[in-house]
Design a binder for this molecule. Structure first.
Ligand SMILES: [Zn+2]
Ligand SMILES: [Zn+2]
Length: 361
């Protein structure tokens, strides 16, 4: 069977022939991969700045945003059945007894860093025709979502942030009637973040540099959020926000937006900036604000099973409210043969590789 591989030593990205999977045993599940989304992480791995092959392998099969169909189940599988649509989670726990997060099945909070991530770190990904996974790492998806379910994994970024926001803002013991949320950046993470906030009935604004007349701005408005063009409006001129959700990955832009955070507000970082030059920042002003305004800063990475389940429910609600706009987030579907190019080229909102059609086994 074929897959898309990155060879970090040889600095190559190409299709490879992988061994056919062995018959499944125990709680293993054989998955027919239907679709895989491509994101900035894949492009960084494809540029050899990131990503680690499994031990002993010279290559890493890419792909962590997958939609698959259960083809066969091992004798001890109880959670999924052949024909089920599933999204596999990405991170696998570290082996250390002292990591209480991983032992509690919350490897998204792993403290040792010795976790593996499919398609990213020491485990092959899903951009191949078949794969085997333990049932513990599969989340069943309703059939009605099949044409957009490849968005579930990227939507878990916002879903985990939402879970964390809910937990930490319980510190405010009164009911808040109208939450104003600002999303920084109109890339896939930002747009999906905005969609997630709209379905939670937040008053949602997206701030980015694209023109207010751009297709992207129109799509954001069609998803129920307001679009603010950073070229026309300064953050200082906006009414302050209860939540700011950073999805630009540029620290200077993110910290500049702190002035737009209200008292008791929550600032959520999701981006991972490169190692650039140091940026000057007025630490006195920042610290004074955080203390005098009871503000919180939260970073979030990866996602637990509960975040996948929340992402599925948010996607269902978004498909009820604006199905055409949700579908429009997938700007291109390519074949596996075309996939090496997707990893090196930018373009569109979400690019998806289509490997197979779902069908009863
Ligand atoms: Zn991704
Ligand atoms: Zn761990």
């Amino acid at each position: 069977m074929r897959g898309l591989a990155v060879f970090p030593e040889a600095r190559e990205v190409r299709l490879v022939e992988q061994p056919e999977p062995l018959p499944v045993t125990g709680t293993q599940v054989l998955l027919r991969i239907l679709e895989v989304g491509i994101c900035g992480t894949d492009r960084e791995i494809g540029a050899f700045t990131y990503g680690t092959p499994p031990p002993g392998s010279d290559h890493l099969i890419l792909g962590h945003e997958a939609l698959a169909e259960v083809a066969e189940t091992g004798p001890d599988v109880t959670l999924v059945r052949p024909g089920d649509l599933v999204v596999p989670t990405v991170r696998r726990p570290c082996p250390h007894a002292r990591c209480r997060a991983c032992r509690a099945e919350r490897q998204d909070f792993c403290v040792t860093g010795d976790f593996r991530e499919r398609g990213i770190k020491e485990a092959h990904g899903f951009l191949q025709e078949w794969t085997v996974e333990d049932e513990a790492y599969l989340v069943v998806v309703p059939r009605e979502l099949s044409d957009v379910a490849v968005l579930i994994e990227p939507l878990t970024v916002a879903a985990k942030a939402a879970e964390q926001a809910q937990a930490v803002q319980e510190r405010l013991p009164w009911e808040r009637t109208r939450i104003r949320a600002l999303v920084l950046g109109a890339g896939p993470v930002g747009i999906l973040g905005a969609m997630s906030m709209v379905v939670k009935r937040y008053d949602t604004f997206v701030y980015s540099l694209e023109s207010a007349a751009s297709e992207r701005a129109a799509l954001i408005r069609a998803l129920g959020a307001s679009y603010i063009c950073g070229q026309d409006v300064s953050l200082r001129d906006l009414e302050p926000f209860d939540v700011i959700y950073e999805a630009v990955g540029i620290s200077s832009v993110a910290f500049a937006a702190f002035t737009a955070l209200d008292s008791n507000g929550l600032f959520i970082f999701t981006g991972i900036p490169g190692h650039g030059a140091a940026n000057p920042i007025n630490t006195d002003a920042l610290m004074r604000d955080i203390v005098l305004k009871n503000q919180l800063i939260l970073g979030t990475v990866n996602a637990s099973r509960s975040a996948y389940e929340l992402a599925i429910s948010e996607l269902e609600q978004a498909m009820f409210l604006f199905p055409q706009s949700v579908r429009a987030l997938i700007t291109r579907r390519s074949t596996l043969e075309e996939s090496p190019r997707l990893v090196t080229e930018h373009g569109g909102i979400k690019q998806v590789v289509k490997l197979a059609n779902g069908r009863a086994p």
